[in-house]
Write a protein that binds this ligand. Sequence first.
Ligand SMILES: Nc1nc2c(ncn2[C@@H]2O[C@H](COP(=O)(O)OP(=O)(O)OP(=O)(O)O)[C@@H](O)[C@H]2O)c(=O)[nH]1
Ligand SMILES: [Mg+2]
Length: 474
Amino acid sequence: MAFFSKLKKLWSTEESVEAAVQEYEASRRADSDASAAQEPPAASVQPSVAPEEISTAEPTSPETASPQTAPVSEADAGWRADLTTVLRQAEPRLSVWLDILLEDVNEAGPDLWDRLLFLFNSLQAPEKEAKDFVARFESWLDDMGYEAVEEFRSELQYRLALALDLEDEEDERSRLFLKLSEGLSKTKEKISQQIDSLLDRHGELNDVFWEELEEILIMADVGFDAATKLLEGLKSRARRDGVRDSEGFRKILREELEEVFKAPKRIASYNPPEVVLVVGVNGVGKTTTIAKLAHRAQMQGRKVLVAAGDTFRAAAIEQLEIWSKRVGAGFYAKQHGADPAAVAYEAVDKAMQEGFDLVFLDTAGRLHTKANLMEELTKIKRVCGKKHEGAPHKCVLVVDATTGQNAISQTKLFHEAVGVDEIILTKLDGTAKGGVVVSLALLFHLPITYVGLGEKMEDLRPFSGEDFAKALLS
Ligand SMILES: Nc1nc2c(ncn2[C@@H]2O[C@H](COP(=O)(O)OP(=O)(O)OP(=O)(O)O)[C@@H](O)[C@H]2O)c(=O)[nH]1
Ligand SMILES: [Mg+2]
């Protein structure tokens, strides 16, 4: 959605906001003059509320009429002019804009849709995409039964950040950082606070210091092998930088951790659709993570298909179908007990025929034996590649942070059997075992791409090693 990057430009110059609003008013006048030709539903998404329904569902009173369907009334022009003035003077931050946009709007309804459409319009976003955004959001609110702004404000900000390509902006990053710090608070107690007290007790980095540090790391689920490696790195960094006292230690610890998370980036080229195989033992969060990833990709304008490759449990198919509806993604399944490789093959075929950009293949976490599971996953991989060259393009392992060192043996098992390209670590919220992140990064050199910080859609976020190190040690 390159057009959304215009937001940054709009924020940077006052004149452009005004120009955009004038253009918006002019386009509204043109709209109301022209015969109201209805747009076909979006090709790239299947919102459960069709875009047309929004405008027809809206009241026709001038105060709340849809910007796309009615002429600008004086009252309408009034709030728009006021809003424009305030926005122009506001700090260029999404949260600030959202505060302004939502002022006097306390619940979901025509006023909210109108304001969101105004925002998109003033950013010169294509009307269809703006309507899609609102339609999807309205449909999600309906599913969730949310009405009051306070119930969905955070999700709305998350969606806007994705749609407007603003997730990397300082505002959104600091919101995420807070969440990460909160999630890591128990791990911090185990690592940071102990290291603080260790530093208080030792004035210099002597043998006793290193031994005690090793113990702390092992107790905090960094694990023996990873703790040994981390210590080696720290000692050589201390030597190199001439750090001898506890003062300098904090700095080298943070630097070393940041280094640990610098996994090589994979640059893969492929013909769409991109096929992503999601694996992991039962209960780690595969299915919900697929839902969250599908949600993110849809918000970023990609057309997503999810396929129910866990045919071992009947409920698994239904669970994925519910999620696919909720996030507005396409869904493919066969009956309970069907061959998962056939599900994968047919899903990839469907995606190729119907122009999907991205396919997520859900898989079982448990079969009768581990050997069965690995055989099944290998077969899925083989069969996908026959249908679509290079597929699956990514094999993502989901691991549950609360399992601590078990995560290490799971990663080893899956990596040896099917080859893992990326790790997603779930349930980092509230666990005291967050030290396992360090362990995974150190032992496997695989990129950790996302972390799960809760059960909500917005709780799956890109992992930043730098932020992790900062949150853990601050
Ligand atoms: N707190 C928290 N809960 C999570 C997170 N990710 C997933 N969960 C929860 O973990 C539970 C299991 O998630 P599923 O997605 O069903 O796990 P699965 O790997 O598909 O499980 P199987 O299909 O049984 O193999 C659900 O209740 C999720 O809501 C997270 O990041 N934080
Ligand atoms: Mg599942």
